[in-house]
Design a protein around this ligand. Structure first.
Ligand SMILES: NC(=O)c1ccc[n+]([C@@H]2O[C@H](COP(=O)([O-])OP(=O)(O)OC[C@H]3O[C@@H](n4cnc5c(N)ncnc54)[C@H](O)[C@@H]3O)[C@@H](O)[C@H]2O)c1
Length: 421
C-alpha cells in the first residue's frame, strides 16, 4: 500500500449527506484493514464537516471499544482535509466517491490515472457516454479496480433471494417484479437528486438504477440486458414543497419499465418489471405498495414456483407442486449492514487482488438500461441496448467525447419531463 504497510488508506470524495450519514460510519469497524484518512469536497465546508464528524465518530468508537484505542489514535493522527482531488489521490489507495452523479466518472477516471482504486455511489454516471468512457479506461488497466457501490445489491434479503434463485428453488426465473422508491412525503433526497444535469434524470436514475443493479444480481449476472420498454415514465407530482421550499420536479418521479435479459448460452430470456418512484408505488396485488430496500414489493416467478420477497422478515417460496417454504430473514435496524458489505467487500477485494463483481462495466450497463428506457419513452416503443448505445454515440460524433455531448443527450432524453417544455 502507499505507505508501505498493509493498511489501506481511504479518501472520501463528495462528503455530503450519504458520505457522512452512512459511509463514514462504517470505517471504525474496519480499522484493522483500512483507515479513512482524508476528505475532499468541492465545497470545503463539507470536507471539514466530515473531518469533524469522523473525529467524533472515532473517539466514540474508542470509548466503546477500548481494545481499538491504539488504532483509533493512529487514525486520528492521519486525518486531513484536502484542497484538491489530486492532493488526496497522492495520499490514498482507495477513494470512496459520494459526489452528486456529475462528479463521479471524472473522479474515477482521475483516480485510475493516479493508480488509485475507487468505489462509486449509485447511480454510477449520468449518461452512458461517460459510463462507457470510464468502462473503456478501466478495461485497459485491470489491476486498478472500480466498484459500483450500490448497497441494494448487498442487502441481506437480496443476497438470500439470489441464492434461492441460483439453487433452482423456483426452477428457472422467468420474471421479477419489484418496486423501489419512496412515498410522496420523502423530500430531502429529491432536493439533491431531482436534476437532469447533476444526476442524469429522476427516480429512474435514483431508485431505478438501485433496483436494477440489485434485481439483475438476483436473477443472475450471466444474463445480458438486451431490450427495454418504458411502459410508463412520467411526472405525477410536479409541484412539491421540499424542506419548506417550493420545488418543481422537472425529471421523472414515477417510472414503470420492463427489461428483457437474455442468457447468451441458451437464448432463453427473463424479464424484470420495475417501478421506480418518488411518489409512492402502484404495482402489485397487495394493498401496501412499499418500495423500501428491505420491504418493497418483490416477486420472482419461475417455471416451478414463485418467490414472494415483499416482507422484511421472511421470503416465501410457493412451488407449483404444492410445497411452501418460509425462509426467515434477519432484520437489521437500518441499511447500515448493506453499506458494511459493500465497503468491506471492496477493501477485501483490493487487499486480495481480486476484482470486484459489481464493477464499472456492470454499472455502465445499468446506466445504459436507464438511458434506453428514457429513449423508449420518446420513441414510444421498445428499444434495444445496442440501439440506445448507437444513439449515444451520435452525440459523441457530433460534440466529441466530452461534457457537451453529455449535456446534449440529457437535454433531449429528459425533455418530456420539463414543466416548461
Ligand atoms: N446508496 C444509497 O442509499 C444512497 C442514498 C442517498 C444518496 N445516494 C447517492 O449519493 C450521491 C450523493 O448524494 P447526497 O445525498 O450525499 O448528496 P449531497 O449533495 O448531500 O452530497 C454530495 C456532495 O458532493 C460534492 N461534490 C459534487 N461534485 C463534486 C466533485 N466533482 N468533487 C468533489 N465533491 C463534489 C458536493 O459539494 C456535496 O457536498 C448521489 O448520487 C445519490 O444518488 C445513495
Amino acid at each position: 500500500m502507499k505507505h508501505g504497510d498493509s493498511t489501506i488508506r481511504v479518501g472520501g470524495v463528495g462528503t455530503g449527506r450519504i458520505f457522512q450519514g452512512a459511509h463514514l460510519q462504517i470505517y471504525p469497524q474496519l480499522l484493522d484493514k483500512a483507515h479513512l484518512v482524508g476528505f475532499f469536497d468541492k465545497q470545503p465546508a463539507r470536507a471539514k464537516a466530515a473531518y469533524e464528524r469522523y473525529t467524533q465518530t472515532l473517539k466514540e468508537y474508542a470509548g466503546a471499544h477500548p481494545e481499538s484505542a491504539e488504532a483509533v489514535k493512529a487514525n486520528l493522527a492521519q486525518l486531513r482535509c484536502y484542497e484538491s482531488l489530486d492532493a488526496l489521490l497522492d495520499e490514498v489507495d482507495v477513494v470512496d466517491v459520494c459526489t452528486t452523479t456529475r462528479g463521479k466518472m471524472p473522479t474515477a477516471i482521475r483516480a485510475l490515472e493516479k493508480g488509485v482504486h475507487s468505489m462509486i455511489e449509485k447511480p454510477m454516471a449520468r449518461t452512458w457516454i461517460e459510463a462507457d468512457r470510464a468502462s473503456r479506461a478501466f478495461a485497459g488497466t485491470p489491476e486498478i479496480y472500480c466498484q459500483l457501490n450500490d448497497d441494494n445489491v448487498f442487502e441481506p434479503k437480496y443476497l438470500v433471494l439470489g441464492a434461492l434463485v441460483r439453487q433452482g428453488q423456483i426452477g428457472n426465473a422467468q420474471s421479477m417484479w419489484l418496486i423501489r422508491g419512496s412515498t410522496l412525503d420523502a423530500t430531502s433526497v429529491l432536493k439533491s437528486q431531482a436534476s437532469a444535469v447533476e444526476n442524469g434524470g429522476g427516480c429512474l436514475m435514483d431508485y431505478g438504477s438501485h433496483g436494477l443493479a440489485a434485481a439483475w444480481h438476483v436473477v443472475g449476472t450471466h444474463l445480458v440486458p438486451v431490450k427495454v420498454d418504458a411502459v410508463r415514465i412520467e411526472v405525477r407530482f410536479p409541484h412539491r414543497v421540499l424542506e419548506g421550499d417550493p420545488f418543481t420536479v422537472e425529471v421523472d418521479d414515477d417510472a414503470h419499465v420492463k427489461i428483457l435479459f437474455e442468457d447468451p448460452q441458451s437464448g432463453a430470456w427473463t424479464t424484470i418489471f420495475l417501478e421506480a418512484t418518488w411518489s409512492g408505488g402502484e404495482i402489485g396485488p397487495s394493498k401496501e405498495k412499499r418500495g423500501g430496500q428491505n420491504n418493497g414489493y418483490l416477486r420472482i416467478e419461475g417455471d416451478e414456483g414463485v418467490i414472494d420477497g415483499t416482507e422484511a422478515d421472511r421470503v416465501t417460496i410457493t412451488r407449483w407442486d404444492g410445497g411452501q417454504t418460509i425462509v426467515p430473514i434477519r432484520e437489521f435496524p437500518s441499511e447500515r449492514i448493506s453499506f458494511i458489505h459493500e465497503i468491506e467487500g471492496f477493501i477485501d477485494a483490493v487487499r486480495m487482488g481480486k476484482p470486484p463483481e459489481i464493477d464499472v462495466h456492470y454499472g455502465a450497463e445499468v446506466i445504459a438500461i436507464c438511458g434506453a428506457a428514457y429513449l423508449s419513452a420518446i420513441r414510444k416503443r421498445a428499444v434495444s441496448l445496442e440501439e440506445f448505445k448507437d444513439f449515444s454515440r451520435e452525440y459523441v460524433q457530433k460534440y466529441g467525447d466530452n461534457e457537451q455531448a453529455e449535456a446534449a443527450i440529457l437535454t433531449d432524453l429528459l425533455k418530456p419531463y420539463q414543466w416548461r417544455k
